[in-house]
Design a protein around this ligand. Structure first.
Ligand code: FES
Length: 149
């Protein structure tokens, strides 16, 4: 094609994404197309950049919902280099928070290995930050947990 439009097969071929996945992205509102008079989908060439961003973000574990919320800021135009820098910076911060929380979880798991108690009172995974202590004394916990009451 000589213009700025691509058929779905071309988008799939050039982005390395299956046609079915492109349909899914479109259904979720991440990319858009229009129909020709012959009822064939057409995409603006800039969709390739969008798809690349979606792929990168997904591989970093960013949800489609979050990706969409960022891409929605640019509904009708190409995502610029600066736009991508802003997005990736924000996602980097998000990933750092996730890494920190996973490291904390890993360290808490270390104390559980070989224990097996799964105690509501003592296990840091079942009672993170000892949050149950704020709700009252242990005896109350026993009453709340009883299947007979
Ligand atoms: S299983 Fe015993 S402390 Fe977590």
């Amino acid at each position: 094609m000589l213009d700025n439009t691509l058929a779905i097969g071309e988008v799939a071929q050039r982005s390395g994404i299956k046609v079915s996945t492109l349909h899914y992205y479109e259904e979720k509102g991440l990319i858009t197309s229009w129909r020709t008079e012959g009822n064939q989908r057409r995409y603006h060439r800039s969709v390739l950049r969008r798809v690349a961003i979606i792929r990168i973000a997904k591989s970093a574990g960013i949800s489609l919902r979050i990706i969409k919320s960022h891409l929605d800021k640019f509904p009708t135009r190409e995502v610029s280099r600066e736009n991508w820098q802003d997005m990736s910076r924000e996602w980097r911060d998000m990933l750092n928070e996730r890494i920190t929380s996973l490291l904390q979880l890993r360290d808490q798991l270390d104390s559980c290995i070989g224990c097996g108690c799964l105690s509501l009172k003592d296990c840091p995974l079942r009672n993170p930050d000892d949050s149950l202590s704020e709700e009252g004394p242990g005896a109350r916990l026993l009453i709340d947990q009883s299947p007979l009451l």
